[in-house]
Design a protein around this ligand. Structure first.
Ligand code: ATP
Length: 224
């Protein structure tokens, strides 16, 4: 069953088309990588799906409107707050009742490996810890659909592995759509790859299919 259906989604900024006629669907419980170079339209697409930006035309229909989690490319983590204060605030904002917010936040921080940093200020966190806290904010309300904008692009190999392992452990209960600008960042957990270039979907298939096509010299030229 599809949890999300995107049909002819288009976003224009004046005369510039950031996303053009984009159509795809996400099957429940699958993971999809949205791949493309800088300016391909990944952030625009995810922002529309997260409800932060209005499309010019086209539709995005999802099964459970409230069940979406979003990790922006540069999450605002409020450096003066502790991890627990930050996540409790995020939990309340995502509709979790006050009496549950604290326990849910502690549980989620433990899940992302920040159980020993609950009372540390987020401003003291390493890049990897910040990204895990950002992920905690995106999943604290247990969304069915998780949207992540370049979740590993700014991380070192250890940080990437940590985030990817967390996504792997979420993937059975959660449908995941994440963006990346490098095909090699797409992990084996990825069921579907959507390749965007200048706002258009230029390739779609399994990771193996797209990697094989990408390796062919005549196809490769199309992505450079
Ligand atoms: P990156 O990997 O650099 O984040 P991206 O694939 O996420 O790139 P977008 O940020 O969605 O791409 O941008 C797609 C296109 O839309 C780009 O050409 C960009 O310049 C343009 N664009 C994005 N936001 C705006 C805006 N607010 N006003 C005008 N043009 C914009």
């Amino acid at each position: 069953m599809n949890i999300l259906e995107v049909d002819k989604l288009t976003k224009r900024y004046g005369s510039e088309i950031a996303v053009s006629n984009l159509s795809f669907s996400l099957e429940e419980g699958t993971s999809t990588a949205l791949i493309g170079p800088n300016g391909a339209g990944k952030t625009t697409t995810l922002s529309i799906l997260a409800g932060l930006l209005k499309q010019t035309s086209g539709t995005a229909d999802w099964k459970n409107h409230s069940g979406i989690g979003f990790l922006p490319q540069h999450p605002q983590l409020f450096p003066w707050l502790t991890a627990l204060e930050f996540l409790e605030m995020a939990a309340r904002l995502s509709g979790i009742a006050a009496r549950e917010a604290r326990s849910r936040s502690i549980e989620t921080l433990q899940f992302v490996g920040l159980g020993s940093a609950l009372n540390k200020k987020t401003g003291t966190f390493s890049g990897g810890m910040k990204q895990r806290l950002g992920l905690a904010q995106a999943i604290v309300h247990r969304p069915k659909l998780l949207l992540l904008d370049e979740p590993v692009s700014a991380l070192d190999p250890t940080g990437r592995r940590e985030i990817m392992n967390l996504l792997k452990s979420l993937q059975h209960d959660t449908t995941i759509l994440y963006s990346t600008h490098i095909l090699n960042d797409a992990e084996e957990m990825t069921d579907q790859v959507l390749f965007l270039r200048r706002g258009q979907l230029v390739e779609q298939g399994s990771l193996e299919e797209v990697k094989a096509r990408y390796a062919e010299p005549n196809i490769r030229i199309r992505f450079q």
